[in-house]
Ligand binder design. Structure first.
Ligand SMILES: Nc1ncnc2c1ncn2[C@@H]1O[C@H](COP(=O)(O)OP(=O)(O)O)[C@@H](O)[C@H]1O
Ligand SMILES: [Mg+2]
Ligand SMILES: [Zn+2]
Length: 346
């Protein structure tokens, strides 16, 4: 699996540049923090970075052991290897979604009293930290106020607003945010090069655009395409459910409701992905709107639709997008949007 094979294993492999720089600074500073809070969307590298952090401070062959000038973990010593395999007795990963109560947290705090067995620091990685109960947070707070010399806590969460400020204020915060398209493309190129595969830029861009700003989703999609031997752009578009998108746009511009509705029907029959389709349409309509106002000079986005028509179609599609989740028939929200659009146009 690509997303496991290409999990970043050292600082330089973290593809979000801002995180990489902050992490390096923190690790190079004289005082290693004893509590950190990693926040950001799923699949942006929080768990990977937490493991890299644990390896860096515990590696037997880097600057922390003074046998090297680099702070990068060697990924070869017994500490690095066991942390990578999640078998280290000194690095504990806890999922707060299933261990959220006071007993579990007390249990964890008890463990912080023990000295590390093989490493310099015991690192406690608490995933989904926002799930911890109030009592749990209270218990944790006392430990964070005076953490043992040899303990490091890394709290990771997708919902930072649910972490009490008392806790958050005691942590060094690193925001992973959302994965940027350019960073995702860099990652995909790194994987492709490693696998000895070549693709053109558009291929990577298309994947990056369809992966909800998540490195993990992008990696999985990329792998799926390779497994299914989907390499041509049109094939990728079809796979993503954008087949004939351009034809559909022309249909809308041409004011032919019958043709538009039968296009949608066929799209549904072929198993097209409506969420993706509407996202792409909105993206395009936005660019058309900008083109109308002279902000986007690309010919591709010139259209016979008026500004008012574009705006009302955007509004209708946004409504359709929200209704996708509750609609028993996948095609229905888009069909309604299109019918209403033609009514307005008349
Ligand atoms: N910063 C990154 N650089 C490169 N790949 C990444 C990065 N972050 C995540 N990935 C990819 O996504 C997968 C999941 O990352 P993970 O660290 O578990 O994210 P999170 O804990 O934020 O959900 C990794 O195995 C890797 O394939
Ligand atoms: Mg994670
Ligand atoms: Zn090492």
């Amino acid at each position: 699996m690509f997303y496991l094979k290409y999990r970043p294993k050292k600082i330089s492999e973290i593809d979000n540049s801002s995180v990489r720089d902050v992490l390096r600074k923190v690790l190079e500073s004289k005082n290693i923090p004893h509590a950190l809070l990693f926040t950001g969307q799923k699949g942006t590298g929080k768990t990977s970075a937490a493991r890299i952090f644990a390896k860096t401070v515990n590696c037997l062959n880097n600057k922390f052991k003074e046998s090297s000038l680099s702070i990068e973990p060697c990924n070869q010593c017994s500490n690095c290897l066991s942390i990578d395999k999640s078998t280290s007795i000194d690095v504990l990963e806890i999922d707060a979604a299933s261990n959220r109560g006071i007993e579990e947290i007390k249990n964890l705090i008890r463990k912080t009293a023990f000295l590390p067995m093989r490493a310099r620091f015991r690192v406690f990685i608490i995933d989904e930290a926002h799930m911890i109960t109030n009592e749990g947070f209270n218990a944790l707070l006392k430990t964070l106020e005076e953490p043992p010399e040899t303990a490091i806590f890394i709290l990771a969460t997708t919902n930072p607003e649910k972490i009490p400020t008392t806790i958050a204020s005691r942590c060094v915060k690193i925001n992973f945010g959302k994965a940027k398209k350019d960073d995702i493309i860099l990652m995909l190129k790194r994987i492709a090069a490693n696998e000895g595969l070549e693709f053109n830029e558009d291929f990577f861009t298309l994947i990056a655009n369809s992966s909800e700003n998540s490195f993990r989703d992008a990696t999985k999609l990329f792998e799926e395409l390779i497994i299914q031997k989907i390499t041509k752009l049109e094939e990728v578009e079809r796979f993503l459910g954008l087949k004939g998108k351009n034809n559909f746009r022309k249909l809308i511009e041409k004011n032919d409701i019958k043709a538009a509705l039968s296009w949608i029907e066929q799209f549904a029959q072929e198993g097209g992905n409506f969420k993706n389709l509407i996202e792409q349409m909105l993206d395009e309509l936005r660019l058309m709107l900008l083109a109308k106002k002279g902000l986007n000079r690309e010919n591709e986005y010139q259209t016979s639709l008026t500004t008012e028509q574009i705006v009302s179609l955007i509004k209708l599609l946004m409504e359709a997008y929200q209704n996708l989740r509750i609609s028993p028939i996948e095609s229905l929200p888009l069909e309604i949007a299109i019918v209403e659009f033609y009514n307005i146009r008349k």
